[in-house]
Design a protein around this ligand. Structure first.
Ligand code: FMN
Length: 309
């Protein structure tokens, strides 16, 4: 018989009983997953990125299958922050779930407006600031591809949120040096980073001989991007050894999750894998516990960043 393993983890000053979370946008606000397992049994639900106003998302088709992955151009479809805070958050808290709210904006100011609304909501574990989206004030350039713009978004959110709720900046891997972007958001007040968002890709339809997705480009997710996630996490951990990292990207088994943890992640979000298997997070959690025990770890914390020793 293997010894018990303490799976609990922290991100900034937030504590979680398990390091397995949902990935933003892949489980909405958790209602569908709640049919398969109690949401309090996982680390936290990271909700779909919410914006100030209700949104319909991008034109169809919005999905394409790719080898070992999926390309989506759903866009940030959602109810808007007011309806979200009135309905989704209270429901999640009622389930005993820990909640990480993901926010997204088209301008630096939109993030601050969202932060102001969240500040007065109690019971939130953390805020994930999705800066991997286009900045309409700067030629649609993705916020997180520029250190200065990334810092300005996080600085604005930090000033409003205050010191109590940890802020995680969600970064894109589509940059030359992800450690530089991580450093700039930390200097602006982020408590940690979420790595990685989807990787920009495109599929051409051979019948129409034009881009398949309505939005032309889309975000690549699933097993195809896991080595990119492992690399990004490893590089950020190396540059900033004490920075909490929430990892994600192509994790569909306990082995995959352990890989991200050894690279430096204190928590792991599961996205695309939940589409095929709604109970994937629970399966991965059980597999991870066994894998840690087999390697002689008595707690998850001992394994975080082990690959750097
Ligand atoms: C359909 C879909 C919608 C997504 N929506 C969001 C979103 O709203 N906000 C966000 O930060 N990331 C979003 N993501 C990115 C995921 O949270 C995650 O970073 C990425 O998919 C990599 O993880 P995975 O390979 O486990 O899916 C989305 C991904 C997918 C596939």
């Amino acid at each position: 018989m293997t010894h018990p393993v303490d799976l609990s983890t922290t991100l900034g000053n937030a504590w979680f009983p398990s390091p397995l979370f949902t990935a933003s946008g892949c489980a909405s606000s958790g209602k569908e997953l709640a049919q398969f397992f109690p949401l309090r049994d996982i680390g936290a639900v990271v909700t779909k990125s919410v914006m100030t106003k209700p949104r319909h998302g991008r034109p169809t088709p919005r999905m394409a299958e790719t080898p070992s992955g999926m390309l989506n151009s759903i866009g940030l479809q959602g109810p808007g922050i007011d309806a979200f805070l009135a309905n989704d958050v209270p429901w999640l808290l009622q389930q005993g779930s820990r909640v990480i709210i993901s926010i997204a904006g088209e301008t630096i100011d939109e993030y601050s407006v969202l932060a102001r609304k969240i500040r007065s909501t109690s019971g939130i574990s953390a805020v994930e600031v999705n800066i991997s989206c286009p900045n309409v004030e700067n030629r649609g350039m993705v916020f997180a591809t520029d250190c200065d713009t990334s810092a300005r978004v996080i600085d604005g959110v930090r000033k409003i949120i205050g010191g109590e709720i940890p802020i995680l900046a969600k970064l894109t891997p589509d940059v030359t040096n992800i450690a530089d972007v991580a450093r700039s958001v930390v200097n602006a007040g982020a408590d940690g980073v979420a790595l990685i968002n989807t990787v920009l890709g495109m599929v051409i339809n051979l019948d129409t001989m034009r881009p398949h997705l309505g939005g032309k480009t889309g975000g690549l997710s699933g097993p195809a991007i896991r080595p990119i996630a492992v690399r990004a996490i490893y590089q950020v951990r190396e540059a900033l050894p004490n920075l909490p990292i929430l990892g994600m990207g192509g994790v569909s088994s306990g082995r995959d999750a352990l890989e991200l943890i050894l690279a430096g992640a204190s928590g792991v979000s599961i996205g695309t894998a939940s589409f095929g298997n709604p109970a994937a997070i629970i399966d991965i959690q059980n597999q991870l516990r066994d894998l840690l025990a087999q390697r002689g770890f008595t707690s998850l914390k001992q394994a975080v960043g082990y690959a750097h020793r």
